[in-house]
Design a protein around this ligand. Structure first.
Ligand SMILES: [Zn+2]
Length: 122
């Protein structure tokens, strides 16, 4: 279990996955940095799921740090609000809401392991 190795991103030396820094070039490695990442910006499944339910506002994208995608989603939302005066926008919002609920259910039903692999890497 503990004899896995990682490649140092700086010098490509094979380093034990539990090493705090690369023995060759001294670069701080995942095990050390991921600890600080976990403490500062760790993604919570419940929060992401709830953000996704309100995905029309781009909350899930903002939460994951994809500000551009979040703003794009917000713009689409406002366009749909305008379009809802001619009904089609309301239909799009309704379909989008169903889509977001399905995505949220998928996030909630994900195992913690799968969730961390997808959202808490690096
Ligand atoms: Zn190195």
């Amino acid at each position: 279990m503990s004899n896995q190795t990682n490649l140092c991103p700086t010098c490509s030396t094979e380093v034990s996955s539990i090493a705090v820094s690369c023995p060759k070039c001294g670069r701080p490695l995942m095990s050390a940095t991921s600890l600080t990442v976990a403490a500062t910006s760790r993604k919570e499944k419940g929060v992401l799921g709830i953000c996704t339910i309100f995905g029309w506002l781009g909350l899930d994208h903002f939460y994951l740090g994809n500000v551009g995608k979040g703003i794009a989603t917000l713009l689409v939302f406002f366009v749909c609000i305008l379009l809802s005066f001619v009904v089609i926008g309301a239909v799009i919002i309704f379909l989008g809401f169903i889509f977001n609920v399905i995505r949220a259910i998928m996030i909630f039903s994900m195992s913690d392991e799968a969730f961390n692999q997808k959202y808490n890497r690096g």
